[in-house]
Structure formats: C-alpha cells, structure tokens
Design a protein around this ligand. Structure first.
Ligand SMILES: Nc1nc2c(c(=O)[nH]1)N[C@H]1C(S)=C(S)[C@@H](COP(=O)(O)O)O[C@H]1N2
Ligand SMILES: [Mo]
Length: 307
C-alpha cells in the first residue's frame, strides 16, 4: 500500500471531497445532539486564561468536522463520521518511566485538582491550514510534577490507544501504529503545553481526541497527539510517528516556522479554516505567534537543522 503523506492545503476543494463538504451540516447536527444528550456530557467548569488569543474562535462545526485523525481514515471528514465508535469511558492513562510515582490513572484522577482552563489557541497544521480553538485543559506540567519527574528524564513520550476493532485506520499500515509523539522536557513543562479534555466548554468530541489529547500551540498540529493512553518520561529522544514515516519532511521539533519550507510546499502562509471562499491566505508567524513564551528554549539552535 502507498504511504499516505500530508498534502498542503492550497484550496478548500483540494483537500475536501465534495460529499464531505455537503455533509458537514449533517455531521455537526449529530455531534451537537450527542453533546446535548447524556448526563456524562455535563458542561465543564473552566477558568479563563491569560494565554488565550483574542482572535475569534472557529465554529464548533469547523472544529469538529475538519479533522486529522488517521486512526479513522485520511480524509478530513472521516473522523467525524467514524470516531463515534471509540469507547472513551472508562479510560486510563499510564504514567511511567523516569518518575517517582508511576501508575495507571483514570482521566479524572490524572487531572484532579489541577486548574481546568479555557485556552483559546491558534492551531496550525503542517498542511498550511489553521484554526482558532477554545480548548479546555490542564497544564501538562501539573500532571508531570505530580508524578515526580526524575533528573534523568530529558524527554516525554506519548502514545495513542491501540484499538483496531474501533479504529479502522489501524487495520491498515498507513502509519506505524500506535501513533506516537514526543517533547523535550522543557517543552513539556512549558505553561503553554496542555492536556485538553474538552472544547467550547464541553467534553472533548471523539474526533478531536477524546477523552484526553495534547495541545502544543507553537508546533505543527501533528505533535498534538489524540486519545492518549501512555505518558513516559525517558532519557533519550523518543521515536515519533511522522518523523519515522518521512524524516526529511517531519522533524522531531516541528516548531511552526514560516522560514523553513516543507520539502513539498511553502510554510510561509496559511489558510484559516472557515474564513470564507474569498478570504486571502494569511502570513504564518514564527512559533505560531507564541515566540515570547517559547523562543528562549531554542536559543542557539539552528531551526533549519532541528526542524
Ligand atoms: N492519534 C492521532 N493524533 C493526532 C493525529 C492523528 O492522526 N492521530 N493527527 C494530528 C494532526 S496532523 C493534527 S493537524 C491534529 C488535528 O487535531 P483536530 O482534529 O482537533 O483539529 O491532530 C493531531 N493528532
Ligand atoms: Mo496536521
């Protein structure tokens, strides 16, 4: 089978099959009904955050109907159509490796007592589209500090659930499953890095990575791994899915950087999802606009080499 590579997002019609376009309203009607339904779907109590952008968030419809989640297929509409099959409760996350208190915790235990904030973040996919998303999440640093990071831990490795019976994409070798991602320890401890359990004040929709996913807003979207079941503190840089798939195209760092093009397309501009057919492309900002919080971590590094 041919490996599936990301494609640049030049026009809506390049990446969105017509039937998906026409079905968007149907998908979102179902998603909205599901959110309004069960008692498990109670509204989340979030605190506002000084890290939020004041740009207008994308609609819930945009955020839940235009997704990348290869476990459910490579099309932007596949996750909304298929992710409902993933059972997200109960759910446990194992925290292990170089920590004082390794263990397997329910999501509720994992984040208990940590401030759940609404973080309205810019989100920039490597395919050169972007959205503004009002996530609900806790700082990853809070979870890691509670686990007790040992001095030898230099990186954090994350894994998505492996459940081919519920995730049809995992039955094909389109990626080396399970999906894996990683951060350097200082990146993981940065206050911008969150574990998100919801968006728009509601529990996380399945297609966006329920019940718990990473969000790293200054990096390309693929670093923000969904449906996490394992967080490991490790000494060495861990293998990561897209880097293993095509190392010349996807580096470990993957910081948003308009000065470093992808080998197959420019990263200088992006298309804001939902901005309308006649909206122009906008300039991409280095570190996705979060440089004041993150640039120091890369002082002295050649970001064209460590892309
Ligand atoms: N497990 C898993 N996580 C994943 C992906 C994936 O295919 N599988 N896709 C990534 C990519 S490429 C992007 S752009 C974001 C999309 O997140 P969203 O659907 O919430 O916008 O999820 C990231 N996390
Ligand atoms: Mo992406």
């Amino acid at each position: 089978m041919m490996p599936q590579h990301f494609k640049p997002d030049l026009r809506w019609s390049d990446t969105t099959p017509k039937h998906v376009f026409l079905n968007r309203r149907r998908f979102i009607a179902a998603a909205t009904a599901a959110l309004a339904a069960g008692p498990a779907m109670a509204r989340l109590q979030t605190l506002p955050s000084a890290y939020s952008t004041d740009e207008a968030p994308n609609s819930l419809e945009d955020i839940t109907s235009y997704n990348n989640y290869y476990e459910f297929g490579t099309g932007k509409g596949d996750p909304a159509a298929a992710a409902g099959a993933l059972a997200t409760s109960p759910w446990t996350v194992t925290v292990d490796g170089l920590v004082d208190r390794p263990g397997t915790y329910s999501v509720e235990e994992l984040i208990a007592g940590l401030p759940l904030e609404e973080r309205i973040y810019r989100f920039r996919c490597v395919e050169a589209w972007s959205m503004i998303v009002p996530w609900a999440g806790v700082e990853l640093s809070g979870v890691l500090k509670r686990a007790g990071v040992r001095p030898g831990a230099k990186f954090v490795a994350f894994q998505t659930v492996m459940r081919p019976e519920e995730m049809p994409g995992q039955r094909s070798p389109i990626l080396d499953w399970p999906y894996r991602e990683g951060l350097r320890i200082d990146e993981a401890m940065n206050p911008l890095t969150i574990l998100a359990t919801g968006l728009y004040g509601e529990p996380m929709p399945n297609q966006n990575g329920a019940p718990i996913r990473l969000v790293v807003p200054w990096k390309y979207g693929f670093k923000s791994i969904k449906a996490i079941v394992r967080i490991s503190l490790v000494a060495d840089q861990p293998p990561t899915t897209w880097n293993m798939m095509a190392p010349q195209e996807y580096g470990f760092y993957s910081n948003v950087n308009p000065e470093v093009d992808h080998p197959r397309w420019s990263q200088a501009t992006e298309r804001r999802i939902g901005a309308g057919l006649f909206a122009g492309r906008q300039d991409t900002i280095k570190f996705n606009g979060y440089g004041e919080y993150v640039a120091d971590m890369y002082a002295g590094m050649d970001l064209a080499k460590f892309y």
